[in-house]
Design a protein around this ligand. Sequence first.
Ligand code: SF4
Length: 415
Amino acid sequence: MTEDKKNVIRRLKTARDLGKFMADYYYELDAAAKKGRPKVAWCTSVGPAEILRGLGFLTYFPETHSAMLGTSRMATDLIPKANAMGYSPDICSYLTADIGAFVAEVTPLSKVFPGIDSVPRPDVLVFNTNQCRDVQDWFAWYAEKYDVPLVGVHTYRGVLDVTPDHITSITRQMENIVEPLEKVAGRKLDMDELRQAVTLSRECSDLWEQCLAAAAAIPSPLTFFDGTTLMGPAVVGRGTQKAIDAYKLLLEELEERVENGIGALEDERFRIYWEGMPVWGRLSMHSKLFAGLKANVIASTYCSSWVFSALDPQDPFGSMARAYTELFIVRSDEYKEAYIKDKLKFFSIDGIVYHDAKTCPYNSNCRYGMPQRLEAETGIPSLTINGDLNDLRLLSDEQTRTNVEAFIEQLEENK
Ligand code: SF4
């Protein structure tokens, strides 16, 4: 295997604080699940977390657990256990890895956080199909296992313009899940608490958006690979003050870097946009591969998926409906292309890398001619990497390396 060339990757000091944030989050959930209070709700990563916070639930996100199964490289061995139960190797490898881990009674949480033996037992499961149908099947499996209620929001797909009809329908669905949730919570939803959760979520979203936007500086103070772990509070902590405090510190550090012209890479010659999911079991390898070629992967659609600018405490249900429908993953190719074009300009991008994740068609936007259309319109070249978010059998490291090296050479010729 070819050695990576050297380039200094500067780690962010705040990343350590965010590690503590995640530890506190999982220990709090673990204690609640053991004591039976506060009640624990499992939620999809872009599900209506604010309603759950408003009802006093602690909220656990199985996708984050699955990403940990990926980064710890446990996933590949666990996926076949779910396949053997009838869940195809072609469907979401978050689902198959997570169910595989449950069946095998293992979790990376116990390795990272001593004292935690299992994922926190849910009192209720809440999904939103805005990202895909797989989450509904995934949660339905756990609802049966744990014998707890399952509620969800069924959303639209391929949306060009978000219309009042979309918003009305999703608003109603969100309102309708309140009653079954109140039964589990054993209390009524207090609208002031809901408004407070929406306020905190919006502030968290705005700060996270500003952190990501800092990467527009040249050199960029941030890499996509940092972003995939730094986004933890936006995913699991939105609706809490702690997430806001964490991002204030991160933003300060990023702004300080920008002010002093300090990049995340010592030598940044190329600026890359990442379209698609990360390969969780190859974060470090990919980070070093690109850095060694003086290519900074500075921005992505993925990390921006937890920006919910429509949230408004004056209209909690309506604005949640809008925020969770306006998402990139819900939209048509026409919308997505316009969105990516904006980002290419904003971040001064030299090239795009599409990750065609075998088991997630929803986050693989390179299958219907988008790379070719965008390249024709913008002149910005792209590369498609075949791989997967969690199943390492579906990628070839050698092939990735060879293709990335050739792509960066092509960018060099274009300079
Ligand atoms: S969006 Fe993709 S990765 Fe996420 S849960 Fe759905 S299929 Fe899995």
